[in-house]
Design a protein around this ligand. Sequence first.
Ligand code: SF4
Length: 494
Amino acid sequence: MNNISLSKSTFIRGLQCEKSLYLYKNFYHLKDPVDPQTQAIFDQGHEVGILAQKLFPDGVDVSPESYYNMGESVIKTKSLIESGESVIYEATFEFNGVIAALDILVKDNEGWKAYEVKSSTSVSETYLNDAAIQYYTIINSGVELKDISIVHINNQYVKNGAIKVHELFTIAPVYDEVQLLLPDISHKIEQFKSIIGNDSVPKIEIGEHCSKPYGCDFRGHCWKHIPDYSIFDISNLRMNKKFDLYNNGIVTLDQVDVENNALNSNHLLQVKSELTQSSYIDYENISQFLSDLKYPLYFLDFETIGTAIPIYDGSRPYQQLPFQFSLHVQQEKNGTLTHYEYLAKSSIKKDPRIDFVKRLVKDCGDSGDIIVYNIGFEKGKLNDLKALYPKFADDIGNIINRLKDLMVPFKNKWYYTPEMKGSYSIKSVLPALVPELSYQDLEIKEGGTASNLFLQMVKGEFNGDIDKTKKDLLEYCKLDTYAMVRILEVLYMS
Ligand code: SF4
C-alpha cells in the first residue's frame, strides 16, 4: 500500500480539478466538513450498494474495516478469485499505484463481469470515467473482464410489495464506452501522480469546474476571497456570464458597470438596488396580483420525503412523498387566522399520504385561493396524489385549480429590496420584509433538515427526542405558512 497514490475517487477528483486532487492529498485539513445533507446522500448510496448485491446473491464481501486496510481486501480478492469464488462484493484491485474497489464482481459462463452501483437514475460521463479506471485496474491485475456495467436506479419502478431488485435497478453495459476512454488512463495516472508530488499547489482559478460535475469540497478554501454577497449572487445570471465578469476583475456589485455590460434589466435592477440601497416596487403588477386573490385565503406548505429505494407501495424512487402540511386560513383581508396542521405517524408500515390527503381535502374547504410559495412543487405533488387516489381526484383537482403562487411578485422582482441579496426564496424574502420573524430562532431551519429527521424516524434510525422533534417539525412548517401571511400583508401595505 505504500506506493498507492490514487484511488478511484481521487482519480475522478483529479479529472474535475487538479488543484482539488493536490489539496486532498497534501492539505486534507482544508477540506470543507461534510454537512448532514451530504452525509445523508452518502448513507443512501451505501444502502443502495448493499441492496444491489441481491442482484447477484451469495457473494463474499471483502470490504475493509477502513480505507487504510484496503491492502487486505486486495489480498482477499486475489485469493477468492484463485479459489474459484464467483461473486465478490467490494472486490479490490491494485495496479500502478491505483487502488480501486468494485461493487460487484461476477463470474458466469462467459467469464468475469464487473458491476459498479450508482444511486442516481442514469449513466453520466463521470460514471464512465469511474468505470474506465476500474476496468484499467482490474484487467492489469490479471483478471480478464468480458463486460463492465453501471448499475443505476430505474426511476420508473413502482414499488408493490417487497422490492424487486431486478426491476428497481437498471444494468447498463458500458464496455464500449470504456474502451474509448482506456487509452488515456495511464497518461492521466502519471499526470496526477506528478501533480500530487509537486511542491506547490497547482495554479487553478475558481471556475465552473468548482460545481461540475460535483460541488467541490474545497470551496471554503478556494472561494474565501469572494465576499458573502458578490456577482455570483446575481439571480438568474448564467454561471458562464458570472465567470466572464469575475475573469474581468469584477467581484462585487459596485464594480459592475451598469451602463455597459451584458446584464439584462432584471439583473441590473438587483445591482442598482444594492448600489443605491433602495427598494423597487412595481405597484401596477402587485396591485393586479392582489386584486386577483379570492378570499378566504388558505396559506399552504408541504414537507416531503424521497428516497432512492422506495419505502411505500405505489411510490417510485426519489418520488417526493408529502408527510406534513401547515395551513393558515384567513376569511378576509387582514382577518383573524385559523391554523390547521398535519404530521404523519413516522412509520415504515404506514404510508403518510392517504391521511395527508384526507386531512388536506377536509381542511382546504371548497372555495378560496390556496396560496403556496413556488407553485411547481406543490402542484407536482398534488398531481401525484390525484393519480394515486382516484377516489379523491375531484377534491385534489379542486385544490390544484385554486393554487396561487406568492413567489411570483418576488421572482419577477415586482417587489425587491437590497436585503434579499438577489434571492426570491422565502428564507430571503421573509427577513427582508418582516425582519422580526426569523427561521434562525427555530430548531429546524430548512426543509432538507425536516425531511432528513422525519426519514430517520420512519426508518427507526432517529436517536433524539421524538416528541420534541415532532414539535420542532410542526413549528418549522407553521412558520412557512405564517411567513406567507405576513409577506402578503407587506404587499398590501405597499
Ligand atoms: S474549489 Fe474549485 S478551484 Fe478549488 S479545488 Fe475545488 S474545483 Fe478546484
